[in-house]
Ligand binder design. Sequence first.
Ligand code: 5AD
Length: 347
Amino acid sequence: MVELVDRLATQHSLSDVELRELLKVALSDSTVLQLLRDNAVRTAREQFGLGIYIRGLIELSSYCRCDCLYCGLRRSNRSAERYRLTHDEVMECCKEGYRLGFRTFVLQGGEDGTHTDKWLTELVSAMRREYPDVAITLSLGERGEDSFQRLYEAGANRYLLRHEAANEALYESLHPAGRGLRHRLDCLESLKRIGYQTGMGMMIGVKGQTIDHIVEDLQLIARMRPEMVGIGPFLPHRATPLGDEPAGDLRMVLATVAIVRLMLPKALIPSTTALASLSPTGRLEGILSGANVVMPNLSPSDIRAKYAIYENKASWGKEAAEGLSALEAELQTIGYHIDYARGDFNL
Ligand code: 5AD
């Protein structure tokens, strides 16, 4: 195992069989997991020092045409409260975020049919005009290549679109009404071609997922070399078909994050909200597995509860933008600090 971790750290790749072995052993042997995490942390520090980038998350809309089995915003969830922010509300969030020191805004939302190219490009253009020095990240699901292109020309720089599952059968079982894995990967290819810094990723521990599936995810990530990779535990939401399933395993999330860091030393990897929601120490444990980004919530506080992709989502305290000083204090306990730079991917 020592040799495997060493080779992953120096050559940034392993075979399927080796990855599978490493994940399996890391799950049961805490010294191997620690070795993996220590290597990932060293690699992240070589790239980013002790600074953690922050991204202000603005949750645009809880309306969604998709019906993903795991997600509380799925269209079949009749009990979900729906909202959408207006143009002016989003600009208000940006104003507050900019004042607080954010230099990346992430517009995230369900696939809301009212978010036409016209509405979105007007919003992105306005943000670009008002804040020429910020990075604008979109996380709005699958759209056509022409739409991605228009939004890029309006001023967006980055796009997050988790691939969710590299295995076709698993992908289909989780998204029975979706457009399929091929379409999702085509979207990712389009985004890269257009010039977006592109993010992919998946949940750990979602129903039906095996270690072999995670190996497939890791090898897909290694092949596609995205600039950003988001990984968090599955967390059950009562009003979904997966409401009675157990949450993802913390150690498996940490091992997977560490492996991605070693595969892609320069990638921007968030310590996700889901990880912070799974465990009180999740946020720091993610960083101590090689993550280098956190994404505090900039959404208006009265709508946060309604953006419930899973239950008990962390959005107060250190998750909330107003909690930046609390976040700084938390990072200090492990010797890290907030890095207020835009934090683009650097080759
Ligand atoms: N638990 C954890 N993560 C979830 N996501 C959606 N639903 C859940 C859940 N129940 C993740 C998906 C999606 C991202 C925005 O949130 O991977 O891409």
